[in-house]
Design a protein around this ligand. Structure first.
Ligand code: NAD
Length: 461
């Protein structure tokens, strides 16, 4: 995918190669004494590009983690950060482990030891390398990592900025957990503001009433499906999980399925829907929007031709293989690429990092000042209202809504919305401005690589 994009660019061969390669990958094998014996774990932290520092990228816990995957995901982070203008280079980490095999106390020991190994080499550091959650990790693991770093760097005043995605009571930011799913929602809203792009997918109208299938009801998939159904009128007709898929043309209650999974460990047995043991076949069901939000490579050469969705938004990283991408493009399917679609996470991570470095919550200084100013306007409007003997009046909830200053969550959502809109506009403009740019993915690479190249050139490379 990178090669397709650079073939359309005018980069010097040296610079092209410099951007393509992964700068460094650190492999660590460490032992932890658990359940009476020593267990050895393998972990990675890869740094793709340091054209900006710190470098940023999640840490994933999964059995499939390997060097190639970590390096590819680190590269994707470089381009993702460039596309959404988050001032970071790209990195990624992974630990080869099935987190479901270990209890909480054991996971804490493993995570702390992994964090120790990385922090010791500045691969976790507020100004060098800042991890975040990814598949199989969440706020809990990030809190352990932050605490481990703090124990090793007791006088570092910026210690909290060594990792993002922390719980709010441990230096996190409001809206981080929902951020990637929220970003998927904002991305789709922006897509539906672009008639030319909708036409390419053969879609009309708005998000309201669109039939959606989502794969993976984890952090990203759950939030995306929840917001799209509760706030935009989408109908979630299919949910695919590890143990199978659920289908109902009438729409599925996302919140209820989420609770069902928490109680039963899977979707099987959930009432009033059709259960499909081989859930992946639902990727081929007719719908308006397909949201793969679980893992990579799920749409491949063998099933791509059967996918009926006219629009795919890659909430997961790399869910469509390069071969499948080609088949889908030829079929006229529009793909909103991962580089952009799931950038909500890193965007809000950026806000969290800034919050940690500034040591103050967003909105703390301005909120009441904003309210005081708004009160002046309301008082003036009320005075006019009196003068006109109440022939004119404000709508009932206008006053309460207008008076309220923005809190951290509103500011985070506003910053995220702005970021997702702007990045989509850049990508879409690139797509339509060049005859040789065939799709949004190539456009995203063109915009991102251009920015990375400019940054290298500014350094005299
Ligand atoms: P998660 O672990 O919270 O959720 C993954 C979900 O997918 C789980 O519910 C799991 O049961 C399900 N799943 C696993 N294997 C499956 C299969 N074969 N079929 C169907 N469902 C399956 O992970 P997440 O954080 O939601 O991440 C999902 C994807 O989004 C990953 O590709 C990740 O790299 C990407 N992503 C996550 C973030 C973030 O902020 N969490 C940010 C950017 C990208």
């Amino acid at each position: 995918m990178f090669n397709r994009a650079v073939a359309l660019m005018d980069l010097s061969p040296g610079l092209e190669e410099k951007i393509r390669v992964c700068n460094a990958t650190y492999t660590v094998r460490f032992g932890v004494r658990l359940r009476g014996s020593l267990h050895t774990f393998t972990g990675y932290r890869s740094v793709h590009s340091e054209h900006m520092e710190p470098v940023k990228g999640g840490i994933r816990y999964a059995m499939g983690v390997n060097q190639d995957e970590v390096e590819a995901l680190a590269a994707l982070m470089t381009y993702k950060c460039a596309l959404v203008e988050a001032p970071f280079g790209g990195s990624k980490g992974g630990l080869r482990i099935d987190p479901r095999e270990w209890d909480e106390h054991e996971l804490e020991q493993i995570t702390r030891r992994f964090a120790y190994e990385l922090a010791k080499r500045d691969l976790i550091h507020p100004s060098q390398n800042v991890p975040a959650p990814d598949m199989g990790t969440g706020e809990r693991e990030m809190a352990w990592i932050a605490d481990q770093y703090r124990r090793m760097n007791t006088t570092d005043i910026n210690a909290a900025a060594c990792v993002t995605g922390k719980p709010t009571n441990a230096g996190g930011i409001q809206g981080r957990t929902e951020a990637t799913g929220r970003g998927v929602q904002y991305a789709l809203r922006e897509f539906f503001r672009h008639p030319e792009d909708m036409k390419a997918a053969g879609l009309t109208g708005t998000l309201d009433g669109k039939r959606v299938i989502v794969q993976g009801l984890g952090n990203v998939g759950y939030h995306a499906a929840k917001f799209l159904s509760e706030e935009d009128g989408c109908k979630i007709i299919g949910i695919i999980e590890r143990d199978g898929g659920l289908f109902s043309e009438d729409g599925i209650d996302v919140e209820a399925v989420h609770k069902w999974i928490a109680a039963h460990g899977g979707v099987k047995g959930y009432p009033s829907t059709t259960y499909q043991e081989n859930g992946a076949t639902l990727l081929e069901a007719a719908c308006d929007i397909l949201i793969p939000a679980a893992l990579e490579g799920v749409i491949h050469m063998d099933n791509a031709a059967k996918v009926k969705a006219p629009l795919i938004i890659e909430a997961a990283n790399g869910p469509v293989t390069a071969g499948a991408d080609e088949i889908l493009r030829k079929k006229g399917c529009v793909i909103i690429p991962d580089m952009y679609a799931n950038a909500g996470g890193v965007t809000v991570s950026y806000f969290e990092w800034v919050k940690n470095l500034s040591h103050i919550r967003f909105g703390r200084m301005q909120r009441r000042a904003e309210e005081a100013r708004n009160e002046l306007i309301i008082a003036e409007l009320e005075r006019l209202d009196d003068m006109l003997e109440h022939r004119w009046s404000m709508t009932p909830d206008f006053k309460a809504k207008y008076l309220r200053g923005s809190d951290e969550l509103e500011l985070v959502r506003s910053g995220l919305d702005d970021t997702m809109r702007k990045a989509y506009q850049d990508m879409s403009a690139m797509w339509h401005s060049r005859d040789d740019c065939e799709d949004l993915r190539t456009a995203a690479y063109l915009v991102a690589i251009d920015k990375v190249a400019a940054s290298y050139r500014a350094k005299g490379l």
